[in-house]
Design a protein around this ligand. Sequence first.
Ligand code: NOJ
Length: 751
Amino acid sequence: MTLRFTNYLIGIIILIIAGCSQQPETVDELDSKVNDLLAQMTLEEKIGQMNLYNGFWDITGPAPQSGAAADKYQHLENGWVGAMLNIHGTENVRKIQEIAVNESRLGIPVLFGYDIIHGYKTLSPIPLAEAASWDLEAIEQSARIGAIEASAAGINWTFAPMVDISRDARWGRVMEGGGEDPYLGARIAAARVRGFQGEDLSATNTIAACAKHFAGYGFAEAGRDYNTVDIGTVTLYNEVLPPFKAAVDQGVRTLMNSFNILNGIPATGDAFLQKEILKGKWAFNGFVVSDWGSTGEMISHGYAENLAHAAQLAANAGSDMDMESYAYVKHLKNKVDSGLVDLSVIDDAVKRILRVKFELGLFDDPFLYCDPDREKEMVYHQQHQQAVLDMARKSMVLLKNENHLLPLSRGRQRVAVIGALADDNNSPLGSWRISSDDSTAVSLLEGMEPYGAEISYAKGADLITESATFLQNVQINETDKSGFREAIRVARRSDIVVMVLGEHGFQSGEGRSRTQLDLPGVQQELLEAVYEVNKNIVLVLMNGRPLAIPWAAEHIPTILEVWHLGSQSGHAIAQVLFGEYNPSGKLPMSFPRSVGQVPIGYNKYNTGRAIPQDNVFWSTYTDQLIDPLFPFGHGLSYTQFDYSDLSIEVTGSNQYEVKVSVTNSGQIAGEEVTQLYLRDVAASVARPVKELKGFQKYSLAPGESKTVVFQLTEKELGFYDGQGNFMVEPGKFQVMVGTSSVEGLSGEFTL
Ligand code: NOJ
């Protein structure tokens, strides 16, 4: 750990202590406060708590049909607003909170929610990139920084983490999650909740988290956002739900339901998910918020007849707060009066919401998060830049490095840098950065400046034709190749070419599904044109989702996946390019060879015809291989890690210890992520060919060895059947431990 970073951590600890409040209350004390307040509330005031209104400026969904500003102010005065979103900055928040607290009869403070997806102003890498670090401490720290900045700006609730598992890179929101694997996704979900909520929710620098989208949203048919989800319950229990369960076990205070239909029922109106599983089996005592307009969208789904019916269905299904459908505020009272919604449903929802407000300390001080001095000090804090830089370095994945083209040797090579994304301060900020300031990332060209290399830059081609915004589709340059000539000229007289290609920051994210996963626009042509004159290419891929780049994987010697890395992007990439930081990331999602393979994941089931045949009658494609281009868990280093001596020992009833020896046989220090995969060979419900069940990240000096030890317990050995029962079954298990999902040492044991 560098001294600078140690100092930074000490700083963060001081900030955390400074944010601490007094001892939290006991559950009973809290319950009695909640009940006392509830007893004073009229039905309208209770229903009022169940409404989440958008603010007055930003929108993060379709423009609402109702909810004029004047109405919103009036509703605040009436005590009919439980929470608001997209209002930030201490001054703005204070203004609204003053109305709620001073004008309404009971003065119940409002929650202020915002999408702190990868930071408030200082942006860390997009969540998918952070997942590639497999570094839970760093991921927690990153969420912590988001919480520190957002809470200083008046926010007390984030709509994060998104914990949707997805194997479909067409779906634009894969950038927002932890990737394709439920085990990794669950560990990351817990880390992010810890980061946002800290130890004490009422501290001034922690905020309530929201695990979303409950549930199945990442399995949207054909990767099209908001689309139908039809999955079996085995998939639901084993793949979709584990990250939500991990978030609940970590104490997440809220969940958001999702836009999609899940097996015929819109998630917002799904009592099985929200009441039976979440609030029943899992005993979750926080509240559930709908997604933007998702209560009303049940009409379009063909599930609710009208908005009043939608309100009834959603409330009865356990959706406690309505975001931007205006269904509850308009119709719930009637539904209660006519006996279609029981008062106990309303009381339960309101208690949950009030409890979170008490836990946040808002009843002690509604302006707890409204200190302008703290806002000035914490937002864009210098220490946060250092932390997001560290996170960015950890998030890159070296996909390929033939002939050791990387690292570059400082000052001894003529380097051509080509690609519009190399000179882009905006794209690295990613898609979900509504709170931050556009064009504030360090571009790669800026990041390379201090290295004293002889660098010539040529854009080659524009990536987009018009400036892009969060609300609209980006316009991609599909035709203009006028910059190719200059790029070719520059490449020809250089020793090495760094080509920065990929997706614009607004090409992934919500509402940004793609049917193609190749390099957008004319970038592939540019790459091939440059390759004609100089084959020493380092391809720096900047994108928000796995891309299908088979030509590049075959021809380009070195490929570094950098994603959208946030505020410090350019510095972080330059440090990896010049060898100041040894890359250690591993893919959290498989990269397909072509879009036709998608959805694709490593933890697939075998078919009955899995073994290649010399005829066509086995499970394959006639025009493409079936394995991914770059598999889950893959990622290289500038050094080399050798695996040996796998051993498996029984340590108790249904308990095993798995050990492996790992040696850094290269010349420099590096970090490795050792991954353990299991297969339950024959079970009453067929299990995937491989499932991640453990991983460890650690650093080794050159020549150093380490014994990596994993403990397997029933938790790792078991699975859920289609009814949600957790089973551990005797029989043969295969174990693989190694450096990726396809490379490692194998063993087996019989339970
Ligand atoms: C819709 C998105 O699906 C959700 O994730 C987000 O939190 C809300 N909009 C609010 O911006």
